[in-house]
Write a protein that binds this ligand. Structure first.
Ligand code: SF4
Ligand code: SF4
Length: 355
């Protein structure tokens, strides 16, 4: 069983696109350890734990405690990961993370951070993020970095992501501000599309020079077609329940605190019939997508994202549809160039199973 633990809703940043409430609430040790007990009692010999927030590094002692607690389950193999803004990373924690094999994904928007990643007083934190990113990369050269674009920063996506690459990042993602009020329009989407074309050219250039850059959306969209596989299988609530700071369990992050989606708690366990009902209701695909040629390569079935953006698991927002189309188009352009210039390398990377 895999679980996500929301250690707190509080954060040391106030990103402009954040959907978190920043309440001063923290998961207790008792709740966290019960959640681990629950995951272990599921019976498998593997348990995955994700530390989440708010900012999970505000709760470092609880992270240390969870890892220590897990040692008593000698027959269970634990895997750990966390999503953090990175500002509280330090040598001590990173040494611990390397020793305990805790995967760290850091959010950093590159130069877009100046506009969107702000301290509570309103000052941007780009310099601090850069410093922490350098530190993270010394311990974890392959760390995964997550960036977010907003309509007003769409025109700087290329230089922002290049900034990350120049700092040594080799694996990264780009999401769009998906709040309904974000304000995407045709102009900002066109701008984003042009920026991603430039990014595709840069990745192609690096690829031609023998460098491996993993930009998750392009890579996965290419693999969806070369491997003829569905792009995204959501399995809402079945794979990784989201355990809120108070021990209540929800199917995924966007459903946190919504009473109709509360599937149980660490004290009561999971209501399996409710979980199944939620899962079944998430299987309904957007009718809007029925005739779309891109549907196998689109995250249109992400119930969590659809619920956040449209309040309905079976509807995709116009912004997400536009973004998916851009990603698929730009990924294919990049793939075509790679295939034409270095077929052998392309086949190894995207077709061979020995990649
Ligand atoms: S770091 Fe994450 S939780 Fe904190 S303000 Fe930014 S988006 Fe919100
Ligand atoms: S690109 Fe748009 S219409 Fe096509 S499957 Fe995705 S969300 Fe649906």
């Amino acid at each position: 069983m895999n679980i996500s633990l929301v250690l707190t809703k509080q954060c040391n940043l106030r990103c402009r696109y954040c959907f978190e409430t920043h309440e001063n609430v923290y998961m207790s040790e008792e709740t966290a350890l019960k959640a681990i007990d629950m995951a272990v009692s599921d019976g498998g010999n593997r348990v995955g734990v994700s530390f989440f927030g708010g900012e999970p590094l505000l709760c470092k002692p609880l992270i240390y405690r969870c890892v220590e607690y897990s040692r008593q389950f000698a027959d269970v193999q634990f895997s750990w990961n966390m999503t953090t803004n990175g500002l509280l990373l330090d040598d001590e924690f990173l040494r611990f993370a390397v020793k305990e094999k805790i995967e760290i994904a850091m959010s950093h928007d590159g130069l877009m951070s100046r506009a969107n990643r702000l301290y509570p007083g309103g000052k941007d934190c780009l310099a601090a993020l850069d410093e922490k990113l350098r530190l993270l990369l010394t311990y974890r050269p392959g760390a995964f970095i997550m960036a977010t674009a907003t309509p007003d920063t769409a025109g700087t996506v290329f230089e922002s992501l290049k900034h990350l690459i120049d700092l040594g990042v080799r694996r990264f993602n780009l999401a769009i501000d998906s709040r309904p009020e974000a304000g995407w329009d045709e102009e900002s989407m066109d701008s984003l599309s042009g920026q991603l074309a430039m990014l595709g050219d840069l990745i192609f250039e690096k690829f031609s020079g023998g460098e491996d850059i993993y930009f998750n959306p392009f890579e996965e969209k290419i693999l969806d077609i070369t491997k003829d596989r569905p792009c995204h299988v959501c399995k809402l609530g079945m794979r990784k329940p989201y355990i809120d700071w108070d021990g209540n369990i929800y199917p995924c992050i966007q459903f946190g605190g919504v009473p109709a989606y509360r599937m149980g708690s660490v004290a009561e366990g999971v209501d399996l019939s409710l979980r199944e009902a939620i899962y079944q209701s998430s299987l309904q695909k957007p009718t809007f997508c029925e005739d779309c040629a891109m549907k196998k390569r689109c995250v249109n079935d992400c119930a969590c994202l659809n619920f956040q953006q449209c309040g309905d698991m079976a509807q995709v927002s116009g912004e997400q549809c536009a973004y998916q189309r851009i990603l698929i188009t730009r990924a294919d352009e990049m793939a075509r160039k790679m295939l034409e210039t270095d077929e052998k390398h392309f086949m190894k990377r995207f077709i061979s199973d020995t990649k």
